[in-house]
Design a binder for this molecule. Structure first.
Ligand code: NAP
Ligand code: GLV
Length: 301
C-alpha cells in the first residue's frame, strides 16, 4: 500500500523496500529514508543518507534511536487528513464524556434506566495540551460544539488571529479550568511524565483525561491513583508506555478507563504520500524552508 502510493505520488523517484536491499552498494545508493515512527531499524546501514522523512507525526522514537544519523534534515508527517481524523477522534471522546454516554453503556449492561442531566456544551471547557497541527484542528471541531477551548503550547501567543480559543504556556493553569483535558503534546525530555500526580492535583475535581499523544506522557500509577481517589472521573487512553498494553495491566480492567489501541489518527498512505512527495521535491530543489514538519532536534519535535 505505502510503496504503491509513494511511487505513484513521485514517479521520478525509485521507491524501494529497505529489506530488499542486500549489498552495501545498493544501501549506500539510498539518499532518502522514509521510516515509520515505531521501528526505524538500523539507519546506520545507509552510507549516503541525506534526508529522513518519518511516516508518522511523532518522531520521538527516531530522536532516541542511536542509528538515526544527526546532521541531516528530519521531517515528520503533517497531513491535514490526519488532523481531521484526530479532530474527529477527540470530538467523539469529548462528547462521549460530556454527554455521559459511557455511563449509559455501563448502565445498559445491567438494564438500568438512569437519566443524567447533561449540561450544555457551552458550559464546558476543554484544554488541549499541545496546540500544533493536530491540536489546533481538534480545537476547531470541539469549539464548534460551543465548548470553551484553551490550547497549551510552549510559547504564549496573542489572540491576534481571532480564533474561538485562547492559548497559554501554562499547563497547570489550563488543566485547572478544564472539564476535559486532551493531550496532544509531542514526547520530549520536557514533556515525559508531565501527566503526573502533581499535575492531576491541579485538575478540576471530576475532570476527564483523553490521552492521544504518547503513553510516556502519563505516569500510569499516578493516573490510577487519581482515578481511584476521584480526582479524575474518566480516562480515555489511546497510547501507552508499553504497546500493545500487556494483558495483565490494571488499566485494561479499570471501570473508569477506556482503551483504544493507538488508532486515534493513523497515517493514511493515500493522502500522506502527496505530502511526503512535496517535501521530497522541496528537498531535491534545495528548498528546505518549504519542507513541512521539519523537526527541530534541539526542541525534540
Ligand atoms: P506539533 O505540530 O509539533 O505540535 C506540538 C505542540 O506541542 C505545539 O503547539 C508545541 O508548542 C507544543 N509543545 C511542545 N512542547 C511543549 C511543552 N513543553 N509545553 C507546552 N507545549 C509544548 O505536533 P502534532 O503534529 O500536533 O502532533 C502532536 C503529537 O501527537 C505527536 O508528537 C504524536 O506524539 C501524537 N500523535 C498521536 C497519534 C495517535 O494516533 N495517537 C497520531 C498522530 C500524532 P509550540 O506551538 O509553541 O511549538
Ligand atoms: C502516531 O502516533 C503518529 O505519531 O503519527
Amino acid at each position: 500500500m505505502w510503496i504503491a502510493a509513494l511511487q505513484e505520488a513521485m514517479p521520478e523517484e525509485d521507491v524501494v523496500v529497505a529489506s530488499d536491499l542486500s549489498d552495501q552498494a545498493s544501501l549506500d545508493a539510498v539518499d532518502i529514508a522514509l521510516v515509520r515512527g515505531i521501528d526505524p531499524g538500523d539507519l546506520g546501514r545507509f552510507g549516503g543518507l541525506r534526508f529522513i522523512h518519518c511516516l508518522w507525526a511523532g518522531v520521538d522514537r527516531l530522536l532516541t534511536d542511536p542509528s538515526v544519523p544527526t546532521g541531516i534534515p528530519l521531517a515528520r508527517t503533517v497531513d491535514p487528513a490526519m488532523a481531521d481524523q484526530m479532530a474527529a477522534t477527540s470530538l467523539a471522546h469529548v462528547l462521549d464524556i460530556c454527554l455521559h454516554h459511557h455511563d449509559y453503556r455501563t448502565n445498559q449492561a445491567r438494564a438500568a434506566w438512569e437519566p443524567r442531566h447533561a449540561k450544555p456544551m457551552a458550559t464546558k471547557t476543554v484544554a488541549i495540551l499541545g496546540f500544533g497541527s493536530l491540536g489546533r484542528r481538534c480545537a476547531e471541531y470541539i469549539a464548534a460544539t460551543g465548548a470553551t477551548v484553551i490550547g497549551v503550547r510552549s510559547t504564549r501567543t496573542t489572540a491576534a488571529d481571532h480564533q474561538p480559543w485562547t492559548t497559554t504556556a501554562n499547563v497547570a493553569d489550563a488543566v485547572a479550568i478544564a472539564d476535559v483535558v486532551v493531550n496532544l503534546l509531542p514526547l520530549t525530555d520536557e514533556t515525559t511524565g508531565v501527566l503526573n500526580a502533581a499535575l492531576f492535583a491541579r485538575f478540576r475535581p471530576g475532570a476527564a483525561l483523553v490521552n492521544l499523544g504518547r503513553g510516556d506522557h502519563v505516569v500510569e500509577s499516578d493516573l490510577l491513583a487519581a482515578l481511584d481517589e476521584g480526582q479524575l472521573r474518566r480516562a480515555v487512553l489511546d497510547v501507552f508506555g508499553q504497546e500493545p498494553l500487556p494483558e495483565e495491566h490494571p488499566l485494561w480492567r479499570h471501570p473508569q478507563v477506556t482503551i483504544t489501541p493507538h488508532v486515534a489518527a493513523e497515517t493514511d498512505p493515500t493522502t500522506a504520500a502527496a505530502v511526503i512527495a512535496a517535501n521530497i521535491g522541496a528537498f531535491r530543489a534545495g528548498q528546505t524552508d518549504r519542507i513541512t514538519g521539519l523537526v527541530d532536534r534541539t526542541r525534540g519535535y
